[in-house]
Design a protein around this ligand. Sequence first.
Ligand code: UDP
Ligand code: MG
Length: 341
Amino acid sequence: RRVPAPSFFRRPLRPKILSKNMPQLSSISCVVPCLNEEANLNVLLPSLFAVLESLGCPFEIIVVDDGSTDGTPLAMARWAQQHPQLVYLQLSRNFGKEAALSAGLDASRGQVVVCMDADLQHPPSLIPTMLERWRQGVEMVYAVRATRSDESVFKRLGTKLFYQMMRTSGGLKVPENAGDFRLMDRVVVDALALLPERNRFMKGLFAWVGFRSEPLYYSPPERLHGTSRFKPLKLFRFAIDGITAFTTWPLRLLSVSGATLSILSFIYGLYIVVNHILYGDPVQGWTTLITVVLFFAGVNLLSIGVLGEYVARIFGEVKSRPVYLSRKRLGLGLDADPAAQ
Ligand code: UDP
Ligand code: MG
């Protein structure tokens, strides 16, 4: 019969092997931007707490309130009081999801940060799978919708067109159908914090910072309560924001089409003059004239409009106002756990 070894020889073997090959998770933050999501948060938070507790490391959940007018502030104050790991960050008004996400990332302190929506379209049960990838050395794991079959044909076409337009010649490729549900290593979060722009089109910024990124395919469930905050018109503005922030092809398109039209008009003008001199063809056609004048007036205004979009972006950046302002912060986050010190 073998005598058991003294207890200090019996060190746990598994964690040691793990730590040799894979990084050990020291802490995790979860950032949830929300706008009037009281009903959804009451369902999301219990399951998120359950998942994070099962990881066995210090964690924090940062709920960023992007100017909610429902019962969210009251409900979150209660949550933060009962669970000090929950941080409730209230912005001074609605700054938009991109700003709320930035606020959450700035406040996060975990070694790994997960961003997710409050409407349960981003299932917390995927977090362990994302962590698995992170342990294998992936610095950013982004969830990609496996299918968009739940959406209207119109929206799908628009999305397709958007990703096509976002494809810049510089080689920056925004992954298609990837939302803001993603897990990031601290290096990625720190890199994002370094980017000085005010117009924070996060999908583009995530792609711009680079790092080892990998998709994780999933089928998003339906929104639990309420309707999407991104109505078609807002989605369109959002797409324009992205295109103007990351590409310059609309400007180049203007120069190219301007040049092409000038050359064509010159050739046509020459044709009319020659026709008149050689054949004495009287110049006529009020209809043609007015059509051409109106067409070029339209092209001119469109060009000024496109130019204006870029000027407006520059105006926004030059003012250098903060991306968001916060009113208050409740909860301790990682400080709630003595192991995190
Ligand atoms: N959201 C936000 N500020 C806004 C709009 C939305 O913080 O101005 C939050 C919203 O509460 C949700 C997430 O962003 O948690 C995604 O919004 P939504 O589900 O409406 O967008 P979709 O899933 O349709 O893209
Ligand atoms: Mg949603």
